[in-house]
Design a protein around this ligand. Structure first.
Ligand code: SF4
Length: 243
């Protein structure tokens, strides 16, 4: 049986994007192919992963990494699937584990739980491996940083994702430029102007500061020139003290 390394498993409230407020089981996987300046996630593979025993208790059991997929299915079922909207598969970048997810996802779906994939939107070939089994895709558009741009790979990714339910999330900060936002807006508009697009003000971290109110409204207007459904939503799980 294939094995998968994990960072953590917990049941909590989705804090970002259009599904904010729904209950999900979160499966956080390690490693990422990017190094974003505002990243708040540990991405190395830990020797052990943690599972919150009672949701919200901050009491954890630990298990050794990597875990066989059949054992992982058992672990996830400590939570009542019928009370959860979906399994939120997050990271890191979960598509780095697409071979393992191709085995896990059908088992989850057989148990009646949907798959909600949170991804940085830069691995389109890996997306195709799992796309038939995914129900909702939360795709980041990464604005350029450290001289790197992702426009072409993001556009391919979004075109593939559009076969399923997809929304786009763009993290913005006080130094985000209008030029980059125009590029992002035009990319989404080329694929489908009705794709839900979220501007997410960064939670201030490591010297990256959240935008001011004027900037957020100006940027939403810029997007609304070409897109139909543009929302500004911060990370609400942090306000609530959720994992
Ligand atoms: S894509 Fe996500 S996990 Fe990866 S470095 Fe960027 S913020 Fe961190």
């Amino acid at each position: 049986m294939l094995k998968l390394p994990i960072t953590e498993i917990f049941s909590s409230i989705q804090g970002e994007g259009p599904y904010v407020g729904v209950r999900q089981i979160f499966l956080r996987l390690p490693k990422c192919n990017l190094i974003c300046p505002y990243c708040d996630t540990e991405t190395t593979i830990p020797p052990e992963f943690r599972i919150e025993t009672v949701p919200g208790s901050h009491q954890f059991n630990v298990m050794e990494n990597p875990v066989p997929i059949d054992k992982l299915l058992e672990v996830l079922q400590i939570y009542d699937f019928s009370q959860h909207h979906s399994l939120s598969v997050t990271g890191g970048e979960p598509l780095l584990w697409s071979n393992e997810l191709m085995v896990l996802f059908p088992l989850i779906k057989q148990k009646g739980l949907k798959i909600y994939l949170e991804t940085n939107g830069t691995l389109p070939e890996q997306l195709l491996h799992v796309l038939p089994m995914v129900d909702v895709i939360s795709m980041d558009i990464k604005l350029p940083f450290n001289g790197q741009t992702f426009w072409d790979v993001h556009e391919s990714f979004l075109r593939y994702s559009h076969q399923k339910e997809v929304f786009v999330k763009i993290v913005v900060h006080v130094e985000t430029t209008l030029n980059d936002l125009r590029e992002a807006r035009d990319l989404v508009a080329r694929v489908d102007p009705s794709i839900v697009t979220i501007l997410q003000p960064v939670t201030t971290t490591q010297g990256v500061n959240t935008p001011n109110p004027y900037q957020l409204l100006e940027w939403q207007s810029l997007f609304l020139q070409k897109l139909i459904n543009v929302r500004v939503i911060p990370q609400t799980h942090i306000i609530m003290g959720q994992l």
